[in-house]
Design a binder for this molecule. Structure first.
Ligand code: ZN
Ligand code: ZN
Length: 402
């Protein structure tokens, strides 16, 4: 009992230690070699994941949200990161207490710098427009899955002025409308009869404040166009025309919560790698040739056999699959393949989306090509073979069977 009590005490005294020694890199899922870009990307992903608005039933989420903000603030600042790398979180705290300001900002403020809209998803926030893009993907990539980075140009909140539009962070109340954003204008309808109308203040565009020293980077616009890199996780067997959603990665503005980026993955119209469900392409014969074609979870393949192979069997083919593995096709001696014969090979089709280890079928369609050039000797030999065969069967000989 005494032992148990003591170990409990030790355990209790360890917990606060663990909490104090925060590993900012670990919180962001990174290691010490992380680039500023990695840090930013990790923040974007994790702050959305743990935002209290998105986790109303998980009280631990707001702690996580705060931690992620703290980790980002520290590691995104060169100076602070250096101190943290050398002396750890405690060392950094001491340094901040001893010197210039420091401490951490409101995590919702930081969030709004990335996604706009006052740092919240709900509560009557206006939402920015969604951005929709088509991304061509090869059948090979649909088969193997994988990650792909791509870039979009979008409106981002100016980092320099943190979306204030002001060079010094100050905004002044608009003198024209006294900060109301609207003005009352008198119109004379007839002599002595006035109508009073409310209009949006043209000096501040209804904002109620003006910036006397605009930010040098965005010129007071609060936002600027920028190229950002996003990472698409394409799962094996993703359906053609599937839509991937990148939450809140659309145009940013201090006036709204950023909308989503919607990516439609579309099978590439490269040679052979065409969509067999697209009637136009089938009509134009684009699917002819030696290529895999996809229909849902199944793959289609056309294999060409010569007359001898189709008739007598005893042939093999090594079919190289989309990921490079080999599927063996073939028939034993004496097995005939009819023209347009269809063979279904279980488990060699597309990986089934979100069903690990399950695959559709590979449908092999056989085409038999008859020789169109034969020398007279060969023609004679064949004629004899057929004559003999017909006589044996007691059937009437048709003269030009060949
Ligand atoms: Zn700016
Ligand atoms: Zn005004």
């Amino acid at each position: 009992m005494k032992f148990l009590f003591r170990s409990l005490l030790i355990l209790l005294s360890i917990i606060p230690l663990i909490l104090a020694a925060q590993d900012y890199y670990k919180i962001l899922g990174l290691d010490k070699s992380a680039s500023p870009k990695d840090i930013k990307r990790a923040y974007r992903t994790l702050s959305k994941k743990w935002h209290p608005d998105k986790n109303p039933d998980n009280p631990a989420a707001s702690d996580k949200f705060r931690e992620v903000a703290e980790a980002y603030e520290t590691l995104s600042d060169d100076e602070q990161r250096k101190i943290y790398d050398r002396y750890g979180a405690e060392g950094l705290k001491k340094h901040q207490q001893g010197g210039q300001g420091g401490g951490h900002h409101d995590p919702f403020d930081l969030f709004s710098r990335f996604f706009g809209g006052g740092g919240h998803f709900h509560g009557g926030q206006r939402r920015g427009p969604n951005m929709e893009l088509n991304m061509p993907i090869s059948l090979h990539d649909f088969y193997t899955g994988g990650q792909r980075e791509f870039q979009i140009e979008k409106q981002q909140i100016c980092e320099h002025c943190e979306g204030s539009g002001s060079a010094d962070g100050h905004t002044e109340t608009c003198a024209e409308c006294s900060g109301r954003g609207v003005k009352l204008v008198k119109h004379m309808l007839a002599p002595g009869i006035f109508q009073q109308m409310q209009t949006i203040c043209n000096k501040c565009n209804g904002q109620g404040h003006v910036i006397s020293k605009p930010c040098k980077i965005c010129g007071g616009a609060k936002v600027k166009k920028d190229t950002v890199t996003l990472k698409l996780d394409l799962e094996k067997g993703t359906p053609n025309h599937a839509q991937m959603v990148f939450e809140n990665e659309g145009d940013e503005s201090p006036d709204w919560v950023a909308g989503d980026v919607l990516i439609n993955v579309i099978q590439m119209e490269a040679t052979g790698e065409v969509d067999p469900t697209n009637d136009e392409e089938v009509k134009h014969g684009k699917t002819d040739g030696m290529f895999f074609r996809r229909k849902g979870n199944d793959l289609y393949w056309k294999e060409v056999l010569g007359l001898r192979e189709a008739l007598l069997g005893d042939w093999t083919r090594n079919l190289t699959h989309l990921d490079g593995h080999v599927v063996k096709l073939g028939k034993k001696k004496g097995i005939t393949v009819q023209p347009n014969f269809v063979e279904r090979i279980k488990g060699e089709g597309m990986p089934i989306y979100q069903k690990d280890g399950e695959f559709g079928d590979l449908v092999v369609e056989y085409e038999v090509i008859l020789p169109d050039l034969m020398d007279s000797g060969m023609r004679k030999d064949l004629q004899e073979v057929f004559d003999k065969w017909h006589k044996k069967k007691g059937e009437k000989l048709v003269k030009d069977e060949l």
